[in-house]
Design a binder for this molecule. Structure first.
Ligand SMILES: C[S@@+](CC[C@H](N)C(=O)[O-])C[C@H]1O[C@@H](n2cnc3c(N)ncnc32)[C@H](O)[C@@H]1O
Length: 359
């Protein structure tokens, strides 16, 4: 799978779009607000630049994109008010892969600028937002350029499917699974962990080149509460397996599908940050993965739509479009039947961590 080409959240603003099905990610943004505010306070306590270069990496398209930018601008606004200093000029760069629906974001910018003016009193010409298509596993900004970097629910997407998921004969080691599962041999966990370590280390190195001295970064991703490998995406794997048993999907097709995703433990994250060496970890906040409703059916439906908006492009690329409705009906049924919180939700949490670039 050419991951850079194939990962793509459902665009537009329709019923199945990411824009309309990203409540879980919105909760993560809201929960990380205080970490962003504290990081901005710290950034803005010794130097007061006239302009701030801010990037959101893996911005996707929908309400969360500008929600995050609003949180960052509010935090700086408040800090300037406390210090009786004039506001800096905000230069905001929204990054995602080239297939992202940047047009929908651009169409919403006029409304966002109006809100900044009407609700926060920021005159036009204080904030300039632009799009930066490209993978964050490559250099996407000039050297010493960014003062603040934010990314939510994006860095757990890997740059490629881990190597080492097949034996010497090219046979899948992870048959019947699409990610690390109870039945996965240890080599599968090792392959995923090594790919994450390589990718996250590269991500930090590239950002350290792009960020200014003492620049700050806040990242949120889904992490693992334990050091042991634990299942993820089981509700999707089970639905695919059911379709194999119904003869709709060939077994070999399922065996050859693996998600380019990894949920690290806090120790794995800290170890990569320490080994890479460009950043000091200032804070790690861990919050529950919660969903707002106790109505099992509504929750199952909502979560299935959310997972569909995120994974459909990858699944269509491998299995074809025609099975998607049936597949996600099965996913919704699986999610409706799960206890709340599910085992998967209990084993995972939102990790938000703030870092400072070392001098
Ligand atoms: C689940 S969405 C999160 C979007 C948004 N930050 C939010 O909180 O709602 C993950 C985003 O990361 C992007 N992404 C994944 N890998 C990427 C990469 N290598 N470079 C840039 N963006 C990437 C995806 O395209 C997707 O839009």
């Amino acid at each position: 799978m050419d991951v850079e080409r194939v990962i793509c959240m459902a665009g537009g603003t329709g019923d199945t779009s990411y824009a309309n099905n990203s409540e879980m990610q919105k909760t993560a943004v809201s929960n990380s607000k205080h970490v962003v505010e504290d990081s901005i306070q710290a950034l803005y306590c010794t130097s007061y630049p006239e302009c701030l270069n801010i990037a959101d990496l893996g911005c996707s398209s929908g309400p969360n994109t500008l929600l995050v930018i609003g949180v960052i601008i509010d935090a700086i606004h408040e800090r300037c008010r406390q210090l009786c200093r004039p506001l800096p000029e905000f230069r905001v760069y929204l990054n995602d892969l080239p297939g992202n629906d940047f047009s929908t974001i651009f169409r919403s910018l006029a409304g966002f600028y109006d809100t900044l003016k009407e609700e926060k009193g920021l005159p036009f010409g204080t904030c300039f937002i632009s799009g930066v298509p490209g993978s964050f596993y490559r250099r996407i900004f000039p050297r010493n350029f960014l003062d603040f970097v934010h990314s939510s629910y994006s860095v757990h997407w890997l740059s490629q499917i881990p190597q080492g998921l097949q034996d010497e004969m090219g046979e899948s080691l992870n048959k019947g699974n699409i990610y690390i599962a109870e039945s996965s041999p240890p080599a599968v966990f090792k392959a995923y962990l090594e790919q994450f370590q390589k990718d996250f280390s590269l991500f930090l190195k590239l950002r350290s080149e792009e960020m200014t001295c003492k620049g700050r970064m806040v990242l949120t991703l889904i992490g693992r509460r334990t050091e042991e490998p634990c299942d993820g995406w089981d509700f999707l794997a089970q639905a695919l397996k059911k379709m194999v048993s119904e003869g709709v999907i060939q077994e070999a097709k399922l065996d050859s599908f693996d998600l380019p995703y990894y949920s690290p433990s806090a120790k794995e994250l800290k170890d990569v940050i320490a080994a890479e060496g460009s950043f000091t970890l200032d804070r790690l906040q861990i919050t529950e993965l919660t969903s707002n409703t106790n109505d099992k059916k509504a929750r199952g439906q909502m979560e299935a739509k959310c997972y569909r908006a995120v994974t459909e492009s990858m699944l269509v690329n491998h299995f074809g479009e025609e099975i998607m409705d049936d597949l996600f009906e099965k996913v919704a049924e699986n999610l409706e039947e799960e206890e709340h919180p599910s085992k998967e939700e209990m084993n995972h949490a939102n990790f938000t961590f703030s870092m400072t670039k070392k001098v």
